[in-house]
Design a protein around this ligand. Structure first.
Ligand SMILES: Nc1ncnc2c1ncn2[C@@H]1O[C@H](COP(=O)(O)OP(=O)(O)OP(=O)(O)O)[C@@H](O)[C@H]1O
Length: 627
């Protein structure tokens, strides 16, 4: 987008966001701009009156005229001194409001769509990075508006100076203004190219940031050290950043192209006007008072070229705005908004049915699920198993409506999921994903997030119940500050949890959601980090506690799935087998093979380790992926 278009957008944003303050800024900037030519005019007057005043004395009428002119200069100076900081302060305040609004719009555009497909689109990721230009800090955008105010002052001062200079020759201000306009025209293209280069190569900057964050990120710290990646990451961070800067500098070098032309235009026009002025002075056409006005007026006009260098900030700030608007256009379209307005309260009451579901990730050559049919009676538990990449998590994501199927439908009590309001449907869900979030917040927040904040007096007790059921209560109470302990060691008094402990916290969060009325519990390998017996205990307890709630469970440990009412095996994008544990064993298919393999492995491990009592858990050591 051209600078003019993005500037228009920026101005529209300023006026739309803070119309009152924008008017005040404009008025202050114009007044501050008018002061400069006014001071020049009065200075000319004072210089003209000075000789007569000196001859007649300060008490004479000529002396009093001089004194009043000098007093007026003093007043104008004082007003100028007062106006400029007020104008800048108003600019900064508008800038801060705009940053805040644009930040909200950026977040709205990113978080707005109920699905997540847009976040996996590289083009959207780039727009987010570019739109975040607004986010560098509050500094730049406040500076942008401040500079806009100064620019208006400069323009007003230049117009006033042009009017004064027209007293010398009508064409004098025009030729100077033409030179300024030409130099802007010539540099404009180069400046634009440079901003474009910054935007175009934002992806290089994003990669540099990623490598830097990996080096600084505590979760990655272990692998970074073990794999000896520190030097590599530092090198790659430097490499990507240098690649980015090289492109930007290449564009910057191109800016030097118009410098000789610009210089020539300024020298020629400046020389012409100054030469004319000198000739008129020599011809005694122009007195010393006028000289005192014309020389600074010429300087103000020619300074317009150099002074506009600050427009660079405006250019940068303006560049981020279109990306935020583009992001909104891409992400807040009806396509990403997800359809559906029906209430999902109380669903599913009868059944959840997937019919002919086909789904592939955007840009993928093959669908993950293809012609999948599955019926889950409400109130029962279903375990989903399958090799790595079979599509188990994808199936859960479709059920959570993070994506919609490409073909086929998911029916809840006979109603297409697409006809239900996504937010209403999600209130029926309690999900623990494989990659659940470990919030660097208090233990209380980590569990309370399962359900929107609640002012009810019994919330603390409800959180305790959820934690107890997930087997997390003891561990929370033993934390240094109990429920208020931040679950991250980077915070003073914070605590680091083990993988299994985190899973208990995540389970407690899901149980908190269940307390809030969720009717579909979805657990995607929620216990992979628990030891065998803890997992077996937890599942048994979990399924007991959630009896009557529809529960979907993904796990690779087949001992756990035995407790589910039914088991389905995913393969080739569809359900390849389903039944109870006993039925599937009797059928002698994939499930039976997977189960025996795990059981054999476990028996072998038990023999060699001399394990004593492993009854009921003799199938837990391998993974489905081994088959
Ligand atoms: N966000 C995504 N974008 C593109 N492809 C994806 C995405 N998530 C998963 N996939 C692909 O979809 C396929 C199914 O992935 P999914 O995570 O559903 O498998 P899974 O059965 O849960 O595997 P696992 O047992 O390893 O957890 C895989 O080939 C994976 O690479």
């Amino acid at each position: 987008m051209s600078f003019r278009s993005s500037l228009r957008l920026l101005l529209r944003t300023i006026v739309g966001t803070a119309p009152g303050r924008a008017c005040v800024l404009l008025a202050l900037a114009v007044c501050a701009g008018l002061l400069a030519p006014a001071v020049l005019a009065v200075t000319g007057l004072a210089v003209t009156r000075a000789p007569a005043a000196v001859d007649a004395g300060l008490t004479s009428p000529a002396g009093r005229d001089l004194l009043s002119a000098l007093a007026l200069i003093g007043v104008l100076f004082a007003v100028g001194q007062a106006l400029a900081p007020v104008r800048d302060a108003v600019g900064v305040s508008i800038g801060s409001t705009i940053v805040q609004r644009l930040r909200e719009r950026l977040l709205g555009a990113t978080l707005g769509p109920p699905g997540i497909a847009h976040l996996e689109d590289p083009a959207v990721a780039d727009e987010i990075q570019r739109g975040s230009g607004i986010e560098w800090d509050v500094g730049p955008m406040t500076r942008v508006v401040e500079e806009l105010g100064k620019t208006v002052t400069q323009l007003t001062a230049a117009i006033g100076s042009a009017v004064l200079l027209a007293g010398l020759e009508w064409w004098a201000p025009l030729v100077l203004l033409v030179a300024v306009a030409l130099s802007h025209l010539w540099t404009d293209d180069e400046e634009h190219r440079m901003v474009q280069a910054q935007e175009k190569y934002a992806v290089l900057d994003r990669r540099a940031d990623y490598h830097r964050d990996l080096a600084l990120d505590p979760p990655a710290a272990k692998e970074v050290r073990l794999f000896g990646l520190a030097g590599y990451l530092a090198g790659r961070t430097r490499g990507w950043r240098l690649d980015y800067l090289a492109e930007v500098w290449r564009a910057r070098a191109a800016r030097r192209g118009p410098v000789p032309r610009t210089l020539a235009a300024v020298v020629v026009t400046y020389g012409l006007v100054l030469g004319t002025l000198a000739a008129r002075v020599l011809a005694a056409d122009v007195g010393v008072g006028q000289l005192a006005v014309y020389v600074p007026a010429i300087a103000t006009l020619t300074g317009l070229g150099a002074g506009f260098v600050d427009l660079w900030w405006v250019r940068q700030g303006a560049a981020a705005v279109p990306h935020i608007l583009e992001l909104e256009r891409v992400t807040l379209t009806p396509r990403t908004r997800l359809s559906g307005t029906g209430s999902a309260a109380g669903k599913p009451e009868r059944e959840l049915r997937l019919s002919g579901v086909r789904f592939g990730y955007p840009g993928a050559a093959q669908p993950v699920l293809d012609g999948l049919d599955l019926t889950i009676p409400a109130g029962t538990s279903l375990a989903i198993v399958g090799v790595n990449g079979a599509g188990k998590t994808t199936l859960l994501k479709l059920l959570a409506r993070l994506y919609d199927p490409d073909e086929g439908a998911i029916l809840v009590d006979g109603v297409d999921l697409r006809d239900l309001d996504p937010a209403s449907w999600r209130r029926q869900l309690a999900v623990v994903f494989q990659d659940f979030v470990r919030y660097e917040l208090s233990a209380r927040d980590n569990i309370a997030f399962g359900r929107p904040p609640d002012d009810a007096d019994d919330e603390a007790e409800a959180l305790r119940t959820a934690a107890r059921r997930a087997g997390a209560l003891d561990l929370i109470e033993e934390l240094p500050s109990g429920w208020e302990t931040v679950l991250a060691r980077q915070y003073a008094g914070g605590a680091e949890l083990s993988g299994g402990q985190w899973q208990r916290i995540a389970l407690a969060r899901a149980l908190r959601a269940a307390q809030g009325g969720a009717r579909l519990l979805v657990l995607d390998e929620p216990t992979a980090n628990l030891d065998i017996r803890a997992e077996a205990d937890l599942f048994e307890r979990f399924l007991e506690l959630t009896a009557g709630t529809t529960t979907l469970l993904v796990t690779h440990r087949l001992s756990s799935v035995r407790h589910a009412d039914r088991i389905c095996v995913l393969g080739d994008g569809r359900v390849s087998e389903q039944g109870t544990h006993e039925e599937l064993l009797a059928a002698g298919g994939t499930y039976a093979r997977m189960f025996r393999l795990q059981a054999d492995r476990f028996a072998g491990a038990a023999e060699t380790s001399g394990a004593a009592d492993l009854s009921g858990a003799a199938d837990l050591s391998g993974t489905v992926a081994d088959v």
